[in-house]
Design a protein around this ligand. Sequence first.
Ligand code: AMP
Length: 424
Amino acid sequence: MKVLLIGSGGREHALAWKMAQSPLCDRMWAAPGNPGVADHAECVDVSPDDTGGLVKLAKDNAIDFVVVGPEDPLANGLTDALRKEGVLCFGPSAEGARIEADKAYAKNLMRAAAVPTAEARIFTDLAVAKAYVLSREHGVAVKAAGLAKGKGVVVCPEPYQAVKPLEEMMQQKLFGEAGETVVVEELLIGQEATVLALCDGRSIYPMEALQDHKPIGDGDTGPNTGGMGAYSPVPILDDDMMGRIEREVLVPIIDGMRRDFGRYEGVLYAGLMFTPGGPKVIEFNCRFGDPECQPLMMRLRSDLLEAMVATAEHKLDRITLDWDPRHAVCVVMSSGGYPGGYSKGFVITGIADAEALGDVKVFHAGTALKDGKLVNAGGRVLGVTALGATTAAAQKLAYQAVDRIHWKDCYCRRDIAAKAIAAS
Ligand code: AMP
């Protein structure tokens, strides 16, 4: 089968690495890919936002199956355009992607489907939003309704702290149109975890649970990023809790979407908070998480490509996923200064040494080749992922690997998975 993968992050490297192991995969292309993806696929310089260019690429190369990694092309209707041309693909329609691309829509859908989630108000007027937060007695989360590369959420433990992000989003247009509408939520207290499920429009198949780390600093301090690390499994998510999430969250939201627009196909990501009142949804995403995908792919023993094709063909009931019982920890190494400004073009060394430790895979995200040398070229640069008998063992190995990798000003959090280790 000829496969085309869309995207250029660590998630896409993990998907490419895993799909390349499938006997079904004869040849793979990636648009645009990255130097890690290039180990498995022919990288073509077409932007994920160029819907027409990607449809042409798929047709010209008689691609059998397209896998869409990131949310923007899904929200732009890439799978709709491909399906119109008869190309099989993995990922929801633009209508399905609204569950992530429009947080106001997602909140209304959750309310209509009785999915447990934080109480929220939706605003398009700055003065009204400010008056509302200042009338609150407790903290709030301020969220740009549109897509903001994972950075459009500001947690404000005191209500007055919400004024600045509201002004930045609604007045200064920090996230452009994405912040013209904001969702202001009550603050939920509890542990977080993510559940991803394959959905074919009829059946759902929940995968192993994960936890990511959004803030840049140790101890969850500093501004939110696209994600600084992740681990799997998650201690709080036992079989009973997974059953509850399936019944209370996944089934009702899929039914709600079916009533609203039809079939949701692809992967659904539920970010959850385990509050004293039970699990509540923080957000839904319409694709694999990045970096959550990296530890997930390390633990997946089954054929990913076969499972994604079965999802796209509405035959998910024929699939069983087998997981490595070992624990996986992924530590993201970023450019110093991220999520603010940072310098690019520093030579990266030590990846082969890190992988020589065994049970370690280094996934590329913001890397590039310059004069034949690998350099940092983005905020999040590498996802150093390790397997171990326990979370503590996986964490130790991941940091041993991290310590073998270097470029000028590289940075990582030093406490990825520490909370899970402390709780076990
Ligand atoms: P999101 O991009 O929606 O996943 O939000 C980023 C992070 O902000 C989450 O991982 C949570 O840690 C935090 N967050 C979002 N919404 C809330 C909320 N209602 N209460 C508490 N924390 C939240």
